[in-house]
Ligand binder design. Structure first.
Ligand code: HEM
Length: 458
């Protein structure tokens, strides 16, 4: 007896198999989703009434970041604007709150209990190393106690000479590029990295003159880390490798070797914005020059004793960091239920602090896009809540390098401004479009150039 199967039957079998597979897939997905809801039930219930963007199953609100990397930060900023004071978003399986109300910010950042870093930092740890920035709490406590004294006044004072010496090399490089549109961030990154290697490790690399492109590679590493951080499909190792990102990042890391964990370029980013601002607002530039000349003089090397007298310059730096907070964003892990009066932020959630919107919130900063250094006159500062302005974060886990960075910036500005007039093609703050690769950057370049200053008429 022979059995024959008709083409029609084969077709029916195929359809049935497909239906079974589809059904199995949907069932597995449903089971996984119910399992997820069950595991996260406490977070879901406690955050239920908190406003936020639409969350889809599995991905939550992460679909909002399926955009070109340079637009991700803007989207985050808009989210803060759309949900004033506080909002929430599910980022895959992670519940993330974003807050802009200073009282809420203070409650989290000022707490000695909420000092754990969000596990979003794992990506940073994986490629850049743990450092103090991302260290788990017990290790952080121990290391911070050891490191803080190394930033004391006496030690900082001894660094000023290095700041000044390296700033003179910067001046030589600027002099070779007079009149050209410069990649100012690159030039400044090399200078601040050169300074950091010397002051932190005693290494004399002469990075400013070498052509090893450290800052370029560092930038690429940061860009890739940022992508992995915020586009959750990149968390899947297979996808990350398939897209070729792992190979790229390892390539850059290999050549950065021992510099990688020192490669912070926040100071250089901040300075690049200061230069742009000085170029845009010539009256501000003139006042900075006037102050530098009156405190330090036309040729004298800046010394520690001068720096605390540069009040106007300091206000210019602070106002620049308000509009362009180069530390862009950071996250904390909520290790215990935290009561805010009207609501509770549940244990195991995360808090995101996006600094651009916090610093430009019209509720606390009238006419926020106006560049006005006098917002930082002591009497004006006293009127504001301290957490309306947090470029160096706030509380027990704030930036330990803030005084170092401030002094470094003042020395560089004082050295450069006496020899060069700074120009910038941007005309107003709104013209500067931003992106971030962890630190804040110009989306369309800094558009800065310098010309030699004729000191007979400045
Ligand atoms: C303008 C320059 C700088 C800005 C705007 C800045 C900003 C910040 C911000 C916002 C944080 C908190 C980050 C977070 O919680 O994830 C931070 C932490 C930190 N910064 Fe800075 N920073 C600057 C320069 C520096 C420099 C020059 C150093 C070192 C020499 C430094 C060392 C650190 C360290 C070690 C931490 C981690 C502190 C901790 O977790 O206890 N920073 N910085």
């Amino acid at each position: 007896m022979t059995m024959s199967i008709s083409v029609g039957e084969i077709f029916t079998y195929i359809i049935q198999i497909k239906l079974i597979l589809l059904f199995s897939f949907i069932s597995c997905a449903l089971i996984a989703y119910v399992h997820f809801l069950w595991r996260k039930r406490k977070l879901i219930i406690k955050s239920w009434n908190m406003p936020g963007p639409l969350n889809l199953p599995f991905v939550g609100g992460a679909y909002l970041f399926m955009i070109r990397p340079e637009y991700i930060y803007n989207r985050l900023t808009r989210m803060q604007q759309d949900y004033p004071d506080i909002g929430k978003i599910w980022f895959g399986s992670k519940l993330v709150y974003f807050m802009t109300k200073p009282e809420y910010i203070e409650k989290v950042l000022g707490s000695t209990k909420l000092v754990a870093k969000s596990d979003f930092y794992q990506t940073i740890i994986q490629y850049i190393g743990e450092g103090l920035l991302a260290a788990p709490v017990p290790k952080w406590k121990k290391h911070r106690k050891i490191i803080v004294p190394t930033f004391n006044q006496k030690i900082l004072e001894s660094f000023v000479e290095v700041f000044a010496e390296k700033s003179l090399i910067l001046n030589e490089i600027l002099d070779e590029n007079v009149g050209k549109e410069l990649n100012i961030l690159r030039v400044l990154s090399r200078c601040t990295l050169d300074i950091l290697c010397d002051t932190a490790m005693g290494l004399k690399y002469d990075i400013q003159r070498e052509n090893a492109n450290y800052e370029y590679k560092m930038d690429k590493v940061m860009q890739l880390v940022f992508l992995k951080l915020l586009q959750i499909w990149n968390h899947i190792p297979f996808v990350w490798r398939l897209l070729g990102y792992e190979k790229k990042i390892q390539g850059y890391l290999k050549t950065l070797s021992d510099l990688i964990d020192k490669g912070t370029d926040t100071t250089a980013s901040a300075l690049s914005f200061v230069f742009a601002v000085l170029g845009m607002f010539t009256d501000v530039q003139d006042k900075v020059l006037e102050e530098v000349l009156s405190i330090i003089g036309p040729d004298k090397t800046p010394g520690f004793e001068h720096l605390h007298q540069l009040h106007y310059t300091e206000r210019v730096i602070k106002e620049t960091l308000r509009l362009f907070p180069v530390g862009a964003f950071f996250l904390r892990y909520v290790s215990q239920d935290t009561d805010f009066g009207d609501f509770v932020i549940p244990k195991s959630s995360h808090v995101y602090f996006g600094l651009v919107y916090i610093h430009r919130n019209p509720k606390y900063w009238p006419n926020p896009l106006k560049f006005d250094p006098d917002r930082f006159l002591p009497e004006e500062v006293a009127k504001r809540h301290p957490c309306t302005y947090i470029p160096f974060s706030y509380g027990p886990r704030n930036c330990i390098g803030r005084y170092y960075a401030m002094m470094n910036m003042k020395v560089i500005i004082a050295t450069v401004i006496r020899k060069f007039r700074i120009h910038c093609q941007y005309k107003k703050i709104e013209d500067i479009k931003l992106k971030t690769n962890i630190t804040l950057r110009f989306r369309d370049g800094a558009k800065v150039s310098v010309t030699r200053r004729d000191m007979s008429n400045n």
